[in-house]
Design a protein around this ligand. Structure first.
Ligand code: SF4
Ligand code: SF4
Length: 113
């Protein structure tokens, strides 16, 4: 998720974090190094094989990233402060964002969870 477009609310969406299968959201090696430095070996251990010989986030049944959702906020990222580079660089309001939002199966409107 990104914070650059004030008219779209990520917390009532979450679509870009529901990409469908393991490894789709890539995690570059620099993220793995950063998490190791932070002692978050649990995050390193959770990644799955992704495209282009890289690794990516694991997903739960239903296709949501394993880090999506905190108590009371189903669309919040549980590792927001240290989330991956791909997540940081994803631009709210970009065409990819708007494409994700067009899929009603990906958007969860209520905060809930
Ligand atoms: S698809 Fe766009 S609006 Fe929805 S959570 Fe992702 S960045 Fe935010
Ligand atoms: S790490 Fe957070 S921001 Fe990135 S895909 Fe998973 S839930 Fe979304």
């Amino acid at each position: 998720m990104s914070t650059s477009s004030p008219d779209l609310d990520c917390l009532t969406c979450g679509a870009c974090c529901r990409t469908g299968h393991d490894g789709r959201i890539l995690v570059p090696a620099e993220d793995l190094s950063r998490w190791k430095r932070l002692g978050r070996h649990d995050l390193v251990a959770q990644v799955q094989p992704g495209h282009f010989g890289e690794v990516g986030f694991a997903t739960r049944d239903g296709g949501a990233c394993v880090h999506l959702g905190v108590p009371g906020q189903q669309n919040a990222c549980a590792i927001y402060e240290i989330r991956g580079t791909t997540c940081r660089e994803f631009e709210r309001g970009s065409w990819q964002c708007l494409e994700f939002r067009r899929d009603p199966s990906l958007v969860r409107g209520a905060a809930g969870g």
